[in-house]
Design a protein around this ligand. Structure first.
Ligand code: CTP
Ligand code: MG
Length: 237
C-alpha cells in the first residue's frame, strides 16, 4: 500500500568491554533468555520491519546463522553476517547486505524497544529523510575536565540519542565511503549522516529503551525483564 519495506540491521558484534563479563553482553541471559533474543523478539514484533540482518562477531556467524536464521521461530531474520572492529563498520556491513531502500539500525544492547517507538521513528524518517529516537536530558549536564567540572551544557537544548535510527541505505553507504578515511569513531549513524550534511529528525524515545552498557544497567534490565512477558515468536504471547 505504498509503504516501503524496511530492513532492520542489528549490530551485535561488540565485545562488551565496559560490562566486563565472561561473554559479550548480548549473549548474557536476561530472565532466562539471551539479551539478544529479547531485542530480536522486540524488533520482530514491529510490522514496519520486513527483514532483519543480524551483525555478529566474525567467529560466531555460523553458530548464530544456525540459531537465528535456520529456525522457523525467527522468520524475519534473513542473514547473520560478520561485523567489524567498530560499531560504524558493523552497521555498514549490515547495510551493504540489505536489499531495501530504507534501513532501521537498532543496537542489540537495547532489548526493550517497543513497536510504538519503531513506528514513530519510521514515520519521521519517511517524512524527513532520516530520524532517530532521542530523549531529553533531565540531569544537569557538564563537560569533564579531568577530576574537575568543565563547561555547563545547556540542558534545554540537549538530547540523549538512542536507537532505532532510520535512514536511506544509499545515504549511509555514501557517507561511510566518503568519511571513513577521516579516522573518526562514529558512535552512531546520526553522527555520520549529519557529518555528511544530512538532516536527521528526532522523535521521543523511551526510558525503557535503555542501552545496557555496565553491570549496573544489567541489574536494572534484569528487574525490567522479570516484569515483561518474553515474546517467543512472531506472535505476542
Ligand atoms: N557493536 C558492533 N560492532 C562493534 C562494536 C559494537 O556491532 N565493533 C554493537 C554492540 O554489540 C552493541 C551496539 O553496537 O549492540 C552498541 O555498542 P556498545 O553498547 O558500545 O557495545 P560494545 O561495544 O559491545 O560494548 P563496549 O563499548 O563496552 O565494549
Ligand atoms: Mg562499544
Amino acid at each position: 500500500m505504498g509503504r516501503p519495506t524496511i530492513t532492520a540491521v542489528i549490530p551485535a558484534a561488540g565485545s562488551g568491554s565496559r560490562m566486563g563479563a565472561a561473554v559479550p553482553k548480548q549473549f548474557m541471559e536476561l530472565n532466562g533468555h539471551p539479551l539478544l533474543d529479547w531485542t530480536l523478539a522486540a524488533i520482530s514484533q514491529a510490522d514496519e520491519i520486513t527483514s532483519i540482518i543480524l551483525v555478529t562477531p566474525p567467529d560466531d556467524v555460523a553458530r548464530l546463522t544456525g540459531k537465528y536464521v535456520e529456525n522457523a521461530r525467527w522468520p524475519k531474520i534473513t542473514r547473520a553476517i560478520a561485523g567489524g572492529t567498530t560499531r560504524a563498520t558493523s552497521v555498514y556491513n549490515g547495510v551493504r547486505a540489505a536489499e531495501t531502500e530504507w534501513i532501521l539500525a537498532h543496537d542489540a544492547a537495547r532489548p526493550f524497544v517497543s513497536p510504538a517507538l519503531v513506528r514513530r521513528t519510521v514515520e519521521a524518517a519517511l517524512r524527513h529523510g532520516a530520524a532517530t529516537a532521542a530523549i531529553a536530558a533531565h540531569d544537569t549536564l557538564k563537560t569533564r575536565d579531568g577530576d574537575f567540572l568543565g563547561e555547563s551544557i545547556n540542558r534545554a537544548t540537549a538530547l540523549i540519542i538512542q536507537t532505532p535510527q532510520v535512514f536511506r541505505s544509499a545515504d549511509l553507504i555514501a557517507a561511510h565511503e566518503r568519511l571513513r578515511h577521516e579516522g573518526k569513531e562514529w558512535t552512531d549513524e546520526t553522527s555520520l549522516l549529519q557529518h555528511a550534511g544530512i538532516k536527521v529528525a528526532w522523535v521521543p524515545g523511551e526510558a525503557a529503551n535503555m542501552k545496557i552498557t555496565t553491570p549496573d544497567d544489567f541489574r536494572m534490565a534484569q528487574v525490567m525483564a522479570e516484569r515483561s512477558p518474553f515474546v517467543k515468536g512472531p506472535a505476542r504471547i
